[in-house]
Ligand binder design. Sequence first.
Ligand code: IVH
Length: 705
Amino acid sequence: MTQISKVKKRIEKLKKIIEKYRYAYHVLDKSLVSDDVLDSLKKELFDLENQYPKFITSNSPTQRVGGEPIKEFNKVEHKEPMVSLNDAFSEEDMQAWLERLENYFGKNISVNPRLDQRKSASLFYCELKLDGLAVELYYENKIFKQGSTRGNGLIGEDITQNLKTVEAIPFVLDDSNAKIKIPKKLIVRGEVFLSKKEFNRINKEQEKKGDKVYANPRNVAAGSVRQLDSKVTASRKLDSFIYDLISSADELEKLGIKTHEEKHEVLKSWGFKINSHNKSANNLDEVFKFQNYWNGINRKKLDYEIDGIVVLINNNYVYENAGIVGKSPRAGIAFKFSPKEAETIVENIKIQVGRTGVLTPVAVLRPVNVGGTTITHATLHNYDEIKRLDVRIGDTVIISRAGDVIPKISKVLKDLRPKKAEEIKTPKVCPIDGAKVRKEGVFLKCSNKNCGGRHKKALYHFVSRGAFNLEGMGPKIINNFIDEGLINDASDIFTLKEGDIVVLKRFAEKSAKNIVEEINAKKEIKLARFIYSLGIGHVGEETSQLLASQVISKYKNQIFLAGQAKIKINDIINFFLNISIEDLQKLPDIGPKVAESIYIWFYDKRNINLLKKMEETGVKIEIEKQKKNNNKLKGLSFVLTGGLEMMSRDEVKEKIRNLGGSTSESVSKKTSYVVAGVKPGSKAEKAKQLGIKILTEREFSELLE
Ligand code: IVH
């Protein structure tokens, strides 16, 4: 073989392998080799073609780099007008659309006799609505000949050079493995767009150069597609999906294609890049499911922007017969995701204290749906920001959620400000501990160094196992919620909404939902646990049990007569406000220190407010009905020591309590019995010293019988 024919062969092979990798990557979504390998193969091909220009063909992968700049675009007439779809924003809109269609056909479209014999398995075909630009591609004898923009729908612009730089668009089609052969003249339509990754890369470059950054991928895609210099287009790595094959229903049927879904299958078999997430649906419920699925976390996960779903009547004949109304097909609709901006009203401003003691103003909003989630709060960051925005309580504001970020107030609509709108005052003292507030830069900070840390710990305790037992809400999550201004005190936990959480980083829809469900499930709590959850100094689980039984015995007539198993938080408050330190000390296991701590806690107004807020948020306190003859151990106080063999410690404690007795961790004069298991410790010693009776496990269980 001569040198020159060797080169020719090498060029052919390189072209083939590069095309194979391109096809695998774009159409099959499989990366067979790394980008680096692909680049070096392209480089070799490029160098060879440079040396031997006579071997350059228009469909060589090297031709995707762009050509000479042009002065203007030629006009292209579309054989079929490029229409656009009407929008629906809600399920009701979708229902109305389907009703209009059914009215048009005179009967339920799915059983229309004229169309019945051509009925397809599924009524609808749902596609992801890509946020890019519509293009039309024309192929002749399987070769890409011309690409155009929509223009005014009838006449567009010839952007063939630019579209040749888009790797996802095939130069040459191949039907060797396809069931249906490619027609000599083929028109397809699709969307050209920019991935989020590529958008970020371009913007970073712009920033580096000190040039303006682009607002969204769509804008860059639009600018790139209509570049007179196709080298600029080439530098922007556009992507594309094809979603339509333009032909009459009759022609399509001759080819063996009856539905929109089948169009996609066939397009794929010819080498076009099709979106694999598209799916048929039998009814509107399935359509709504598809839309919901893509509106949440899954939308975030995609590497390209979508702004809704496209829903088309699947059957080609029905679609065609439905015709066009105005500029849109009757049998298709764009079911858009809810917008990323919405207006609402600032109902209040709360002050949240972060873990470092920084006071953050947070706007409490009239609930509003932004980007598919209900938003009830928006952080205002600091008091300078309040001044900058000039936001007041009662103001109408715009809430925006650009990309995946936390919602914020982007604008105050001052024209709508009511006369009574209240200016927001900068706080002088910390809402947590009443300490003075200092200014540090733009931030206000509580002057008590321990402030943030302390209430953080109180919250960890509140959700812990012995307390509200909120599973999955560990310190990390609490920290996150505090820092984002979602929670300040324990009662705030019960006001959390899925929408507040899902917008935070590291949260998916599922985990947000789980947390809210867990909180709701644990809103009902046993009295003893509730008392323990308050984190009153020196009040552990044992003491909480004891206090609970005291509260219950005071209110038992009222509670049991009413046939309830619940007690109002207000009654708990009254109980503690009406008990003296002396009375508390009379209880077994409560010494002066503990009594004082309980007393002080309930005399702090902030704590009473917290309890009242909990009642308002729907926290319900359950009490266990005491059984009859259950006070065998009434007035007796037990201490357990050593390893128990017959029952677990918790079981023993519960038994004692059920029989009216109490348990305590330490031996004192008030102790009635010490139950000693295997290897009893110093507690047994102390009991001996004080002359308190020590029971073996067996003796103890006999006592219970
Ligand atoms: S089907 C009548 N499928 O959305 C047009 N369109 O107004 C039928 N779009 O400009 C189009 N993604 O460019 C279809 N998967 C998709 C789409 C899609 C984006 C665009 C299309 C058109 C607009 C609808």
